[in-house]
Ligand binder design. Structure first.
Ligand SMILES: NC(=O)c1ccc[n+]([C@@H]2O[C@H](COP(=O)([O-])OP(=O)(O)OC[C@H]3O[C@@H](n4cnc5c(N)ncnc54)[C@H](O)[C@@H]3O)[C@@H](O)[C@H]2O)c1
Ligand SMILES: O=C(O)[C@H](O)[C@H](O)COP(=O)(O)O
Length: 370
């Protein structure tokens, strides 16, 4: 069994070595010729998997992407060749939540907001958006939710249409997939028309897909009247619209989901799907492979409360680190280098909390207790 995997897929050899021979490749630049002998192909979001890439391969059985997004995979083509496919839904949802929370705390500090007096609009309330909604409720942040697909299926879903949300929210965070067609396309969802309808100081956070926001229209709007802005994802990565950078409060290289756990969970999920396909019992598990975190245990006193959570979270992840890396290295090393050399970052759950009266809302943020 020949297993070909993106070189940026952590633990891929540890998981897959018992299923076959693992060969790694550069996901951004891989060509059809290099994949001729693959039985299993494991990619990340940077590899378009389509008829052209697979034109020289007639033995492929399984394609897996260690990501939530699947717009880089031509699933109809895979189905036409009876090649099984799996993504890794939810693998890095907690990582993105921690990115957004860190961004919210940063913006609150920079602009001296009380988050409890800001209305957070969440657009796309799936794995990530729902986690963010749960965390925001725990932190006492008022919410507006926009998800027309959920609204159509769940009579009780508290849906606010996108235009109303744009008019009423103080902060908007995007968590939709990138869809160009269908009843609810998200391509350029935030366009010049909607940008003009936002409150003057409405903050924008995008950690979904770059093209959910019309980046050129965003630049024009920022040049006219600057708003708080956090961008993890950009149109046309890796050749992004760099003139936007001075107008960003936080700018990062599509790394919101790149926690150690988030990326490794993606590899594990594909391993499990592959084992199912091969009718083999999985022998490896993430728990056994994850490295011991630098900070393992922390005792909180009975005085720990909501105002302290930001300091606790910052011990594990502070988005300012990634913003600094981006601003320093983007022109020299470029977007992909920043992603490839991303420093290790553990999720909240890596730190075991103990104490006499741990508040229940810590669980809603993803912390774990001893
Ligand atoms: N920046 C990163 O590193 C990173 C990491 C993980 C995921 N992502 C991206 O984040 C996005 C969300 O991921 P997820 O796991 O929550 O996906 P998901 O599929 O679980 O949830 C997406 C939600 O968006 C809703 N939706 C679809 N079209 C919509 C529209 N036009 N308007 C409003 N809502 C709409 C869907 O109904 C669904 O509930 C995806 O684009 C994913 O690729 C980015
Ligand atoms: O969709 C996803 O899961 C994310 O965007 C993912 O974290 C980033 O993509 P990748 O690192 O695979 O390029």
């Amino acid at each position: 069994m020949n297993i070909y995997a993106d070189e940026n897929m952590p633990l891929v050899r540890e998981f897959f070595a018992d299923l076959g021979e693992v060969t790694t490749f550069d996901g951004r630049n891989v060509q059809a010729e290099a994949l001729r002998e693959a039985d299993v192909l494991l990619v990340r979001s940077v590899t378009p998997v389509n008829a052209s890439l697979l034109s020289q391969n007639n033995r492929l059985r399984f394609v897996g992407t260690a990501t939530i997004g699947t717009e880089h995979v031509d699933r109809d083509y895979l189905a036409s060749r009876q090649i099984s496919f799996s993504s890794a839904p939810g693998c890095n949802a907690q990582s993105v939540l921690e990115y957004v929370l860190s961004s919210l705390w940063f913006l609150a500090e920079r602009y001296q907001w009380s988050l409890q007096h800001k209305v957070l609009g969440i657009v796309g309330v799936g794995s990530i958006g729902q986690r963010l909604a749960t965390a925001a409720r725990a932190l006492g942040i008022p919410l507006l939710l926009c998800d027309p697909l959920r609204a159509a299926q769940e009579p009780d879903f508290p849906h606010t249409d996108f235009t109303t949300l744009c008019q009423q929210a103080d902060i908007i965070s995007f968590h939709t997939p990138l869809e160009k067609t269908g009843p609810y396309p998200s391509y350029h969802l935030l366009d010049a028309v909607h940008l003009a309808q936002l409150k003057p100081d409405c903050a924008i956070i995008n950690a979904s897909r770059g093209a959910v926001i019309d980046n050129q229209a965003l630049l024009t709007a920022q040049q006219r009247k600057r708003r708080p802005l956090v961008l993890d994802v950009w149109e046309q990565e890796p050749d992004i619209l760099l003139p936007l950078l001075p107008y960003c409060d936080l700018a990062t290289a599509h790394i919101a989901g790149h926690s150690v756990e988030g990326k490794a969970r993606g590899t594990e999920m594909l391993y499990q799907r592959c084992c199912e396909l091969l009718q083999q019992q999985p022998r490896m598990s993430l728990a056994a492979l994850l490295p011991v975190p630098a900070m393992e245990k922390l005792q909180l006193s009975a005085n720990f409360g909501l105002p302290d959570v930001q300091n606790l979270a910052r011990m594990l992840y502070d988005v300012r680190r990634d913003d600094a890396l981006f601003r320093y290295h983007i022109t020299g090393h470029g977007f992909d280098w920043l992603r490839k050399s991303y420093p290790a970052r553990r999720e909240y759950s890596a730190l075991q909390l103990s104490g006499p009266a741990l508040p229940a809302w810590l669980d809603s943020l993803g912390f774990s207790r001893q």
